[in-house]
Write a new protein. Structure first.
Length: 226
């Protein structure tokens, strides 16, 4: 198809991109063609994804004061819309021939805002831990910084995990979906006479995973630059 060949050519011209298997799915291709045909700005898609994540982060924070299941679903939806927007903005840019250096800026900055919104929100969420929320935010942004620094130094973009962006969002999404269908008592785990919230455990996993990701990315970038 001419549409696919154009996207492949443009992608090659832009260089390495995050490997996302969903790009090849029919719904993603159809959505891309629909948006491109209507001249929707890729940068606007990036902003919409960021706004969805901000709303999701606020919803997470509100779960600590309001026992409404819908808040968990809004948070899960915000995290997934963020990922969908991150994927579609690049696909639409390639399909419509509107890829640009400014687009790269719009791709990066909203991502960092989204990370801050969702993890700070998770820290304030029911069963969360505020300090861990801020630590997760810092580490998530740091993993992206290392990737960007490596690219500036001349290495390929390094997207390895175990806590790359999509993995972090998956952890938050699964916890939110579980919390939306279970009573609050099921969202707490007793450990040494203390109760630890499921969201706290999720943030611990994200923090530990981000630390491992930082070391893996630094190691792989160093090897690429030698």
């Amino acid at each position: 198809m001419e549409f696919n060949s154009t996207m492949d050519k443009s992608a090659a011209e832009l260089g390495d991109r995050r490997p996302i298997a969903t790009r090849k799915r029919k719904w993603a291709q159809t959505a891309t063609a629909w948006l491109a045909a209507r001249n929707v700005s890729p940068n606007a898609i990036s902003i919409v994804g960021m706004c969805a994540c901000i709303v999701g982060g606020v919803a997470l924070g509100l779960t600590s004061v309001c026992d409404y299941r819908i808040l968990w679903l809004v948070a899960a939806g915000g995290a997934q819309l963020r990922l969908t927007g991150n994927m579609l903005d690049g696909m639409v840019a390639l399909a419509s021939g509107r890829a640009s250096k400014v687009g790269e800026l719009y791709n990066e900055i909203p991502d960092r805002v989204s990370d801050a919104a969702v993890f700070i929100g998770a820290g304030f969420a029911w069963g969360g831990n505020i300090a861990l929320g801020y630590i997760a935010t810092i580490l998530a942004i740091f993993t992206a910084y290392i990737r960007a620094a490596g690219k500036i130094a001349g290495a390929p973009n390094e997207f390895c995990g175990p806590m790359a962006k999509q993995h972090r969002m998956l952890v938050i999404t699964l916890i939110c979906l579980y919390s939306a269908i279970t009573p609050r008592s099921w969202q707490m785990i007793t450990f040494n006479d203390s109760q630890i919230g499921l969201m706290t455990l999720g943030l611990v996993a994200i923090v530990v995973g981000c630390v491992i990701t930082v070391f893996r990315r630094v190691s792989r970038i160093t090897q690429a630059l030698k």
